[in-house]
Design a protein around this ligand. Structure first.
Ligand code: IPE
Ligand code: IPE
Ligand code: MG
Length: 258
């Protein structure tokens, strides 16, 4: 028998936890605009929510959390905002690295981080190195990430591997191809949350989310709380994931036997 899961007082008894939660952190700009503040103030507050949600997910026993922090499309924003976001990323890494290590958080990134400012790249590289042996909890930051770019990159890498004789075209399968995605080695997200009330995916984990449950929270990211996270997980836990089968096929044996 596997060891009993640690008690999660914040969750109703019997809640099934998603192994991997991915979050589209949206609504910082509107949060600031509603208060007559500059958009960057919303991003600043959003960083505090990142801290809250990383702590909360870790304490609940979630194993992997992916945060969509900057998309390939976000470079199109005004230069000031892009610069401010890069400064905030630097600030976050500088402030949090010691605690990430203390809390045994493994940090990973997905996306074209080579295009980020050098100071951010250096911080990322050193924090990733300092946390690489941790395995209980993984925080994945999607930075300069776009799912379509990822798919093109994977197709190119796969084709190169075929040309080099490392892969056989006739053996192509999802299991082999998915090893060329940025997320190789990570489980697919079980639950994808988007805040701010928008109900779109915005080029995030299009393939990995093929069987994810989506949860759209009406609150803006700076206001997203532990209680909102618990609501999302509770809702997830009520869903029946069928993977193409019938409801009867996926019902737990104990339920159908009674
Ligand atoms: C999400 O908040 C943060 C990033 C995309 C970096 P937004 O900045 O998109 O906030 P809204 O959608 O304009 O309110
Ligand atoms: C998605 O939010 C990207 C991130 C959260 C980093 P956006 O605010 O950029 O998405 P759109 O433009 O509303 O689709
Ligand atoms: Mg937005």
């Amino acid at each position: 028998m596997p060891p009993a899961a640690p008690a999660n007082p914040a969750l109703p008894p019997g809640t099934s936890l998603p192994g991997h939660i991915a979050i589209i952190m949206d609504g910082n700009g509107r949060w600031a605009q509603q208060r007559g503040l500059p958009r960057l103030e919303g991003h600043r507050r959003g960083v505090e929510t990142v801290r809250t949600i990383v702590d909360a997910t870790r304490e609940l026993g979630i194993r992997v959390v992916t945060l969509y922090a900057f998309s390939v499309e976000n470079w199109k924003r005004p230069q000031d905002e892009v610069g401010g976001l890069m400064n905030l990323l630097d600030f976050f890494l500088k402030r949090e690295t010691d605690d990430l290590i203390k809390n045994k958080v493994r940090l990973l990134t997905i996306g074209h981080t080579e295009d980020l400012p050098e100071v951010v790249r250096k911080r990322l590289a050193s924090t990733i190195k300092a946390t690489e042996t941790f395995s209980d909890y993984t925080l994945v930051l999607a930075l300069n990430y776009g799912a379509r770019t990822e798919i093109v990159d994977a197709a190119r890498a796969y084709a190169a591997a075929v040309a080099a004789g490392k892969e056989k075209l006739n053996d192509s399968s999802w299991a082999t191809f998915s090893r060329y995605l940025y997320t190789a080695g990570l489980p697919d997200p079980d639950l994808i949350i988007r805040t701010s009330g928008e109900t779109r995916v915005s080029n995030f984990l299009l393939l990995q989310g093929a069987y994810a449950e989506y949860y759209f929270a009406p609150v803006l990211w700076p206001d997203f709380s532990r209680a909102d996270l618990v609501t999302a997980i509770t809702e997830y836990s009520k869903r029946e994931r069928r993977y193409g089968q019938t409801g009867e096929q996926v019902k737990p044996v104990s339920a159908s036997a009674s």
